[in-house]
Design a protein around this ligand. Structure first.
Ligand code: DGL
Length: 269
């Protein structure tokens, strides 16, 4: 199928998921839309996240996407069910795949989850984990300082280390978990710091990898793979500042940014 896969996020964080999709599905074309202008979604009320997410989805639906990936955890927590009900294409979020990956590796059934205020207060990860295995104990923590820190390009060094240490302290004090889900698009970018702080015995899970695997399965199951020979030309759209987006994309992607076509769309509201 020629049609592209749509990927939405509240900003640049979903590029971590897009990168994984490009790695696992090198023939598939992506159209990425990041609502950088209205990022972060994490501290916003549910109704606002739902409205903004639909605005992004409506835009991508005009581009005839064959599958939608909601790369943003907060948007997944608040909108996935509704999107799946109302759209006539497969819609994949990042929470269920992350939960499955954690269950696969946890030995003691004590799983930690960190994310934005919105994701954590929605209890979406707890529901997903306990929906699979009700005996799993979930210890969750909102980490509001992480997104602005990563957005500002602070991903290593003394300030980043101190912020990670102070923010994760309540989770460390609770103890007992053997697995930690990074339930936010931005956290894989500071995975090393989080791993160091939590200790080598904790398995740290990035849901992007598992999400890409799920997309691959759905494409196979529904016979939606692109079967042509053309190299995909991805498109990356932002509602915000193009240069800032470009700088972050340059830093995060392994391939040269010239390959990316960056288009600014009008913000819907
Ligand atoms: N993309 C968001 C998430 O994964 C993080 C950034 C934000 O708060 O908008 O929850």
């Amino acid at each position: 199928m020629q049609q592209p896969i749509g990927v939405i996020d509240s900003g640049v964080g979903g590029l971590t998921v897009a990168r994984e999709l490009m790695r696992q599905l090198p023939n598939e074309r992506l159209i990425y839309l990041g609502d950088t202008k209205r990022c972060p979604y994490g501290p916003r009320i549910k109704e606002e996240v739902i409205q903004f997410t639909w605005e992004m989805v409506d835009h991508l639906m005009t581009r005839d996407i064959k599958l939608l990936v909601v790369a943003c955890n907060t948007a997944t927590a608040f909108t996935l069910e509704e999107l799946q009900k109302r759209l006539n294409i497969p819609v994949i979020g990042v929470i269920q795949p992350g939960a499955r990956a954690a269950i696969k590796v946890s030995q003691n059934k004590r799983i930690g989850v960190i994310g934005t205020e919105g994701t954590i207060s929605s209890k979406a990860y707890t529901k997903a984990l306990n929906g699979i295995d009700k005996d799993i104990f979930v210890s969750d923590l909102a980490c509001p300082p992480f997104v602005p820190m990563v957005e500002n390009g602070v991903m290593k060094g003394e300030v980043a280390e101190r912020t990670v240490k102070n923010t994760l302290k309540p989770l460390k004090d609770r103890n007992g978990i053997d697995t930690l889900i990074l339930g936010c698009t931005h956290y894989p970018l500071i995975k090393d710091l989080i791993q160091k702080e939590m200790g080598e015995n904790i398995q740290v899970i990035c849901s992007g990898e598992e999400t890409a695997r799920e997309v691959s399965l759905i494409l196979a199951y529904q016979d939606l793979f692109y079967k042509g020979t053309k190299k995909p030309k991805h498109e990356f759209h932002t509602t915000g500042d193009l240069n800032k987006f470009k700088a972050v994309a340059n830093a995060w992607f392994e391939e040269p940014v010239e390959l990316l076509k960056l288009v600014v769309i009008e913000q819907a509201s």
